[in-house]
Design a protein around this ligand. Structure first.
Ligand code: ADP
Ligand code: MG
Length: 414
């Protein structure tokens, strides 16, 4: 504990898009050196280098065996998949070394990340930071491959997609870090995916709740589990660009009004817009059915037994509607037909979510959403709301136009 009290620890995580070329990795190394020169003891978490198609990206590794044996055992698959981050960590150590920075590589297991045995989607049980701390004390930068850990008995595991964010958050909490920095290819968390909305604005500050909601609804910039882990101990998260000096987005619950640039936080109704692009809508006409509660139970039990998770559920006297992930669409429809139903389906839909802590306090948000959609000629297939989120379902081909229209209507870009 002594050491924790005397060291200012910073966890810096670099995503695959920040590590695909040596030029990019030098940008990352510069961020690490800036932190060490400010006196921080730095733990670096790296993703695999690049995106699908790049030689050591996670998807590329997966595709290596997919063609040979789609039934590869999960345990062995985890060993294969975790190589991408390991290679990336090795290259990062070499990069730092070339710049005169003493760095040491610790695998997830060596870094003390202990997980359960759910290969492919393991949960972190605890982090034992002893070895990391010893190296930090020796003034080493510690480089840890993200996305991996090991079970009590030493089996290699991976943490599910977006798992490097989770590794960084878990290490940050265990090391009582001053902050966890998530470096990526955009300037911070924005009001919408900048690839969809050109004038999306950077949010200087967001609450853990808003960012966790956005992440759950499909905003890819950070993984929701990472937010939830950091939130448990109030460790501030900062999402920032590897390639600029911008301050990025601070994720915190404490005193947002004291953070520079946060003056608009209190007035914010909608924090941001996120989307899940690949869903199938299923509708069943139950108007003529006797014992409707039993019919509904039968439908949803049928889905549960087939391990199909359902979303956007709406049960009305005459109709049951819900969505499933696109890849489950055909299976879900088959099950319903076997039960004697005649389901209607729309295969290519997108769920758009408007997230914001201010939604609860303002009447008329849904009306404004529907107005925006009407003005751009997009049909609303389904809608729902809670005190923090408004959801609308549209056909996938209209998703971009719908997001842009709502972003404009709520003036999120100004
Ligand atoms: P990394 O490799 O750094 O983990 P990701 O691809 O996982 O990068 O996340 C960064 C991407 O998230 C950005 O390139 C951006 O297109 C996307 N994104 C989606 N929604 C948002 C949002 N609200 N704010 C910022 N980026 C977003
Ligand atoms: Mg990511």
């Amino acid at each position: 504990m002594d050491t924790l009290a005397t060291m200012n620890i910073l966890v810096q995580k670099f995503g695959g898009t920040s590590l695909s070329t040596q030029e990019e990795r030098l940008h990352a190394a510069k961020k690490i050196m800036q932190a060490t020169s400010q006196g921080y003891a730095v733990v670096v978490v790296v993703s695999a280098m690049g995106r699908e198609g790049d030689p050591y990206a996670t998807d590329t590794l997966i595709s290596l065996t997919g063609k040979i044996s789609p039934e590869m055992p999960k345990r062995e698959m985890d060993m294969l998949m975790s190589c991408g981050e390991l290679i990336s960590a090795g290259v990062m150590v070499a990069t730092l070394q070339s710049l005169g920075v003493q760095a040491v590589l610790l695998t997830g297991a060596q870094a003390g990340i202990v997980t359960n045995e759910s290969f492919g989607d393991a949960r972190i049980l605890r982090v034992e930071p002893k070895t990391i701390l010893a190296h930090l004390r020796d003034n080493h930068v510690v480089v840890v491959p993200g996305f991996q850990g090991a079970t009590e008995s030493g089996e290699q595991t991976t943490l599910g997609r977006g798992g490097s964010d989770t590794s960084a958050a878990a290490l940050g909490v265990a090391l009582e870090a001053e902050a966890i920095e998530i470096f990526t290819d955009v300037e911070g968390v924005m009001t919408a995916d900048p690839r969809i909305v050109e004038d999306a604005k950077i949010l200087p500050v967001v609450s853990y709740n808003d960012i966790s909601n956005l992440a759950h609804q499909g905003a890819k910039v950070i993984h929701p589990r990472a937010v939830e882990i950091a939130m448990q101990r109030n460790v501030p998260l900062r999402v920032r660009s590897t390639f600029s000096d911008g301050p990025g987005t601070l994720v915190t619950n404490s005193m947002p009004d004291k953070v520079a640039g946060a003056d608009a936080v209190g007035d914010r109704i909608i924090t941001g817009i996120a989307c899940t692009p690949n869903v199938t809508q299923i509708q069943l006409d139950i108007d003529g059915c006797e014992n409707k509660p039993e019919v509904c139970k039968k439908i949803f039990r049928g889905m549960a037994l087939a391990d199909i998770s359902v979303d956007f559920i709406s049960v009305q006297p005459e109709r049951v509607s819900y969505t499933v992930r696109h890849e489950w669409g055909a299976k879900a429809i088959g099950i319903l037909q076997n039960m004697g139903f005649a389901p209607k389906s729309k295969l290519k839909c997108a769920k758009i979510s408007l997230v914001g802590g201010g939604i609860a306090d303002l009447p008329g948000v849904m009306a404004t959403v529907l107005e925006a959609l009407e003005e751009c000629g997009v049909e609303t297939l389904q809608s729902a709301d809670s005190h923090t989120t408004v959801w609308v379902l549209v056909e996938k081909e209209h998703m971009i136009a719908a997001i842009q229209a709502m972003h404009r209507k709520f003036q999120l870009g100004t």
